[in-house]
Design a protein around this ligand. Sequence first.
Ligand code: ADP
Ligand code: 5GP
Length: 188
Amino acid sequence: MIYIFCAPSGSGKSTMVNHLLTKHPNLFELSISCTTRPPRGKEVHGREYYFISTDEFRQRIENDDFIEYQQVYEGLYYGTLKDEIRRIEEAGRQVLFDVDVKGGINLKNILGDKATSIFICPPSIDELRRRLEGRGDTSPEMIEKRINKAAIELEDMKHFDRVVVNDDLNHAFEQLDAIIDENRNLRR
Ligand code: ADP
Ligand code: 5GP
């Protein structure tokens, strides 16, 4: 089973994905996307993202290297290489995707029953703003862009297989663990 995680930025998607990676280090691996945005904070090429130029990104679109890509923010492209999925599956692990909402819906359409799509929902827009400000790595201008986008993304929640409301963190982890357990039991 492949898991596709989507959420408005700041909802706690990375926190959820990291929970699964820590709890099951040999079961899951995060798909590393390509992006044209510059690294933030302590991000490292090949760990958080493959940071590439817009020219290289365009070339890779032409080569049909991406299973999916989006211009997530104005002028900033993000995409998943087909090779990345192959790499993780060949290592015998299940792929986790952390992608934007449109990308997640596209991936679910491409992957069908091979994937469970999970929407991480913030408790409110005000709390989302607090979390983005609290994370301290995003400029005020980018925070406004992300908040505006969040309102639109919440409308797409209905297209997802599962929704986890990330209010109390431990409760959200429990909801997520229950989804994984349910899928594993179904496959046995
Ligand atoms: P995303 O990956 O969706 O952008 P993050 O996982 O980076 O979001 O979370 C955004 C910020 O909110 C981080 O500083 C994180 O520690 C914090 N956070 C995540 N979940 C919760 C929660 N349930 N309660 C309070 N803060 C949270
Ligand atoms: P950030 O710049 O905060 O790392 O990511 C911005 C958004 O881009 C997040 O919602 C993240 O999930 C999304 N994203 C990352 N990789 C991909 C990808 O390969 N495809 C799509 N569609 N979105 C992605």
